[in-house]
Design a protein around this ligand. Structure first.
Ligand code: FE2
Length: 208
């Protein structure tokens, strides 16, 4: 499926590749913020997505900076990740530069590029909270790949999300705790920035 670019795309979406594919919906038995937080987390790549987004030889999370945009939404301008097969289009393992940005309480985008390149691929996450502890998830893939068919590219993301789902649905509490009670480490700083931003925005649905 080809999607027409939105007429007034936010700047962070405007520089992304023109080919756009929709993945989902996926119904998930957890809160919408849990899904966003998982999308922002890199520490699980080598454990949950071994052989694709990470491997056990590269579990360390390198130092990274969280930078708020003009609206106070947290993001990470650069995050360096080792990926055995970062996408359906990837032909070899390599270092990939990620750019993360929270777009809304239930939406975020990540863009990937090689050294010195414009983003070659990006994933936007859109979560519709249907109940405080249930949600429906879609992704938009933005890709410069013109060789692989839609089913191959969407199938890769289906596989990635099939790996995330049992982890997401096993987390307790299902609502994202904003009031404390969980331990965090330096690797979680984007997740904790997202939690603090939800708190500042007064979000009450799907959190506790
Ligand atoms: Fe994941």
């Amino acid at each position: 499926m080809r999607l027409r670019p939105p007429p007034h795309a936010p700047p962070l979406l405007a520089d992304l590749p023109a080919r756009r594919l929709l993945c989902g919906p996926y119904d998930v038995a957890t809160s919408a913020p849990r899904v966003v937080e998982n999308f922002l987390d890199t520490a699980h790549f080598g454990l949950v997505h071994e052989g694709r987004l990470g491997d056990r030889g590269h579990l360390e999370v390198p130092n990274y900076d969280v930078v708020d945009d003009a609206h106070g939404r947290p993001g990470v301008p650069h995050y360096r990740a080792w990926q055995p097969q970062g996408s359906a289009a990837a032909s070899a393992a390599g270092w990939v530069d990620y750019r993360y940005q929270v777009l809304s309480p239930y939406g975020a985008v990540l863009a990937k590029r090689g050294e010195g390149e414009a983003p070659q691929e990006a994933y936007a996450l859109w979560v519709a909270p249907t109940e405080p502890e249930a949600c429906r998830v879609w992704f938009t893939i933005f890709t410069a790949d013109e060789t692989r068919d839609d089913a191959t590219l969407v199938g890769f993301q289906d596989t990635i999300f099939r790996q995330d789902r049992p982890v997401l649905e096993s987390q307790r509490p299902r609502r994202l705790p904003l009031a404390g009670g969980e331990r965090h480490c330096a690797a979680d700083r984007l997740s904790t920035a997202y939690r603090r931003w939800l708190q500042r925005e007064g979000i009450t649905f799907g959190v506790c």
